[in-house]
Design a protein around this ligand. Structure first.
Ligand SMILES: C[S@@+](CC[C@H](N)C(=O)[O-])C[C@H]1O[C@@H](n2cnc3c(N)ncnc32)[C@H](O)[C@@H]1O
Length: 355
């Protein structure tokens, strides 16, 4: 008898089996993954079948925020309210600003393993395509290191004395390949993570395994904006936040140039298009992540990368400091947000960016 019992699906395992012969169902299962939550909710009201497909998609979406674009799935976990996932377009790396944001298929259970593998490979080549490159159109290297290949796990231009000191990685301007040990941050996420709902802070990124001090976690990926566009969007986000529960993820990085006279400003907006880093919350004590501005040889702009600042236990929240609240005190007074980081040195308000 034991063998004949059908196994009940566990939570999040709902699968809608689509008969290969039914053209309506096959069409619906191809189109629905491209819809956003509002569109999905609307279409699921039209008939029982579409309602079942959209329930199955919602389950699929909550199992992996990365849409198979990273090496490992990053699930949403919510024991607080009924939200199953946060909706945004996933990119594993920086991309030029996109308006309107593109559509992206998400949550389909009919994706074959071959397509999953292909999407990961595509993301690796896209990383190169969108990277602002200093290699000229003929492919001739203009900048970059001289290494042609790396031997026995070491690269001639490796300068990995400690996490804080990483400032350069090999890149498209180098002769070495993706297996070069000086390309730690270009291979995607390789530690288990999960996105957990918190009553006060909203979605929060957590470790789902022990992460050793110095391990790479992820980069802050999103749309690269001009300062003018960053200001326009920040105003819009401030307005949206004052009328509804809305969470933005626009990060402004300022890199002071060695002369001390100029400052390079990079605006990365992960609100509409981003990666899992958009779920990292602020902590007034600096949190458990160190941020490193990393320049890959051949790329014009640096990338902001997160590393473990100490050993991080499984089920610990990942956090970093968004900035010094004392420096932003008085700015954007109407838009202050309460900080709930819970650290003993909490200032009570989140640092705000005066874009
Ligand atoms: C980059 S997002 C982080 C992910 C966000 N929690 C979510 O649900 O999408 C930044 C926003 O998260 C919330 N947040 C981050 N750190 C917080 C903290 N320490 N206390 C309260 N809210 C926080 C704020 O709403 C902030 O605008």
């Amino acid at each position: 008898m034991e063998g004949s019992q059908s196994k009940k699906p566990r939570l999040g395992e709902t699968q809608f089996i689509i008969p290969a012969t039914d053209p309506f169902l096959r069409c619906a299962s191809l189109i629905l993954p491209w819809l956003n939550p509002q569109e999905l909710a609307a279409i699921s009201l039209t008939c029982k079948t579409l309602s079942m497909i959209s329930k199955s998609l919602t389950s699929g979406r909550s199992l992996d925020a990365t849409r198979s674009l990273e090496n490992l799935p990053v699930p949403f976990c919510n024991a607080v309210d009924s939200k199953r996932y946060a909706y945004f377009i996933y990119t594993p790396f920086q991309i030029p600003a996109s308006s309107p944001p593109p559509r992206q298929s998400w949550g389909s259970t009919v994706v074959s393993p071959a397509i999953r593998v292909k999407s990961v490979l595509d993301s690796a080549s896209e990383r190169g395509r969108f990277g602002v490159s200093l290699v000229d159109e003929s492919g001739e290297k203009r900048y970059g290191c001289e290494c042609q290949r790396c031997e026995e796990g070491s690269c001639a231009c490796l300068s990995l004395a400690g996490v804080e000191e990483i400032a350069n990685e090999c890149g498209s301007g180098c002769g070495c390949g993706l297996d070069c040990p000086n390309r730690v941050t270009q291979k995607g996420i390789s530690v288990r993570l999960k996105i957990v709902r918190d009553e006060k802070k909203g979605w929060s990124l957590y470790a789902d395994q022990l992460i050793k001090k110095g391990q790479f976690i992820c980069e802050y990926a999103g749309e690269l904006l001009t300062t003018e566009e960053a200001r326009r969007r920040q105003n819009l986000y401030d307005k949206l936040r004052s009328t509804q529960s809305f969470s933005s993820a626009l990060l402004v990085i300022r890199e002071h140039l060695p002369s001390g006279k100029a400052c390079l400003r990079i605006n990365i907006d992960a609100t509409r298009i981003g990666n899992v880093a958009r779920f990292i919350n602020h902590s007034c004590d600096g949190g458990n992540l160190s941020t490193v501005l990393l320049r890959s040889s051949g790329a014009l702009l640096p990338r902001l990368c997160f590393f473990a600042a100490r050993d991080i236990l499984a089920a610990e929240e990942l956090s970093f400091s968004y900035g010094d609240v004392r420096l932003t005190a008085g700015k954007n007074r109407d838009n202050k947000l309460n900080c709930c980081c819970g650290s003993s040195c909490c200032f009570g308000t989140l640092p705000c960016e005066n874009t």
